[in-house]
Design a protein around this ligand. Structure first.
Ligand code: PHE
Length: 484
């Protein structure tokens, strides 16, 4: 059975796929905005410290857990632990929930790419503003469902091809293409008049408050929780993705080096994405006399309102940059989505193998994608709350985070709670139950880096403490409890 499980064609292929998983919507609309709002360099510094002492450690932990057991998330935890067997389930549940909104957002990207394509083809036709377009899209549930379906169809075709024949192949072309497109957008963005204000917002400590982008600086604990939550989501941690990808990696590859490359690459792309979008958004806002605190610099509105306006203000070449940009975001979304789907698919494939049967990958991928389509339809029809089908909101007990829309609800369950909780439990399991040495043995198969002391210390003390703070911080923000 083992040899049928599949594996990466090369270490470079694995790296591109793992970086593809990490680089996603989180990098483009989360990182730059949160960085600006939370004090520029202060945030970057905290982010980097967390990335080294927590992200890098968990990355190594997850990759080695997957490779050691040769199994997906559920199987890996089952094999390794007695007390924490069930964490694997958390890490299959979360990707499934994340896909409910990730695929809807992916659908929006396809829709915007097509819109810009038609603007390019029919130059001179009447062009709507970003917010009109976004509003029209959200209140057309049928269209949103169809584009979500199209997004999932693309993912289905890739995942069906298997780990090396589908996922690796896509990323080998997609990642370099994404990088080139990002550079093109950066050059265009930085040459817009007023772009410097945007750069200052991102990098100069305290500038966001001084220039009037936000009213007051967030508290330190909030910055810590924001940076931590962002780091987890962005690095695809505590979602089973890296355990799953690690389980397909050959024993001689260097897990220490690979983990470092993934963390560094993801951070670089997040910063680059910031330089591509924030200066353009700010420059356009200034030109149109929009008060700085009213320019949407994060979340869905950044991508689908602010930036669409930026492209339209560029005149005839605008739609071309629009097509390039939304294609770039689409590739980032696909490469992350296929890793989330693979977590669930691998679980079913492993289960079949355990029963001595050979899993039917195309059938499993199809069923997983169909199940995702059902939950995603809810988020798509809801249209970020525009269409009034928010049910849990009616029983939200006055809790703010639950009031908005289905997307926020799904996000809170997965990113807000399941991810930090999963990482906390994982570090407790590795640090205190199975002991760091059990994973260090695996790590040393392909690496002789002297990281034993650092790995053990972080896994035992720093990660659990950091995760606890992040978890409380996330619950605090989502439920507006006012603990911090
Ligand atoms: N890292 C992805 C992003 O930044 C999201 C993701 C999370 C993908 C967890 C896979 C697993 O958007």
């Amino acid at each position: 059975m083992e040899q049928n499980r599949g594996s990466w064609g090369s270490n470079l292929g694995f790296l591109l796929a793992a970086i593809g998983s990490a680089v996603g919507l989180g990098n483009i609309w989360g990182f730059p905005y949160k960085m600006g709002k939370s004090g520029g360099f202060t945030f970057l510094l905290i982010y980097l410290l967390l990335a080294v002492f927590v992200g890098f450690i968990i990355m190594m932990g997850e990759l080695s857990l997957g490779r050691k057991t040769g199994k997906g998330t559920v199987g890996a935890y089952h094999t390794m632990s007695k007390k924490f067997k069930w964490i694997g389930w958390l890490a299959v549940f979360s990707p499934f929930v994340i896909m409910s909104f990730y695929s809807v957002l992916g659908g929006y990207c396809i829709e915007y790419m097509s819109l810009n394509l038609s603007n390019l083809a029919f130059a001179g036709a009447e062009i709507k503003t970003g917010s009109d377009l976004f509003g029209a899209m959200l209140t057309n549930p049928f269209g949103c469902v169809m584009f979500t379906l199209l997004f999932l169809l693309i993912c289905y075709l890739i995942n069906r091809g298997g780990v090396s024949g589908g996922i690796e192949k896509f990323n080998k072309v997609g990642m370099p293409a994404l990088f080139v497109m990002l550079v093109i957008i950066i050059i265009r963005s930085l040459t817009l008049p007023g772009a410097m204000e945007g750069l200052k917002f991102m990098f100069v400590p305290g500038y966001a408050v001084k220039a009037g982008f936000i009213a007051e600086a967030p508290k330190f604990a909030t910055v810590l929780a924001t940076a931590g939550g962002q780091m987890f989501f962005s690095l695809s941690l505590a979602m089973g993705a890296m355990i799953t990808y690690g389980s397909y990696l050959s024993k001689q590859e260097d897990l220490v080096k690979n983990s470092a490359i993934i963390v560094v690459a993801d951070t670089i792309v997040a910063t680059m994405a910031g330089i591509a979008v924030i200066p353009a958004a700010v420059a356009n806002g200034i030109q149109n006399g929009i008060p700085l605190n009213e320019i949407a610099l994060g979340g869905p509105s950044l991508l689908f309102v602010t930036l669409q306006d930026v492209f339209q203000a560029m005149g005839t070449v605008g739609p071309l940059f629009g097509v390039i940009f939304y294609l770039l975001v689409l590739i980032a979304a696909i490469s992350s989505a296929i890793s989330l789907i693979e977590v669930v698919v691998t679980y079913f494939m492993d289960r079949a193998a355990e029963k001595g049967k050979e899993g039917n990958r195309p059938k499993v991928v199809l069923l997983v994608c169909l199940a995702i389509m059902v939950e995603a339809a809810l988020v798509a029809v809801d249209g970020l709350g525009s269409n009034g089908i928010w049910v849990p909101g009616q029983a939200s007990f006055g809790i703010q985070g639950w009031n908005d829309c289905w997307l926020d609800f799904m996000d809170m369950m997965s990113e807000g709670i399941a991810m930090p909780l999963g990482a906390l439990l994982m570090s407790l399991m590795v640090g205190w139950e199975i002991k760091p040495k059990s994973l260090l043995d695996e790590i040393h198969q392909g690496s002789n880096a002297r990281i034993d002391g650092f790995f053990s210390f972080c896994m035992k003390f720093i990660v659990p403490l950091g995760m606890l703070l992040i978890l409380v911080g996330q619950i605090d923000t989502f439920f507006s409890l006012g603990i911090f």
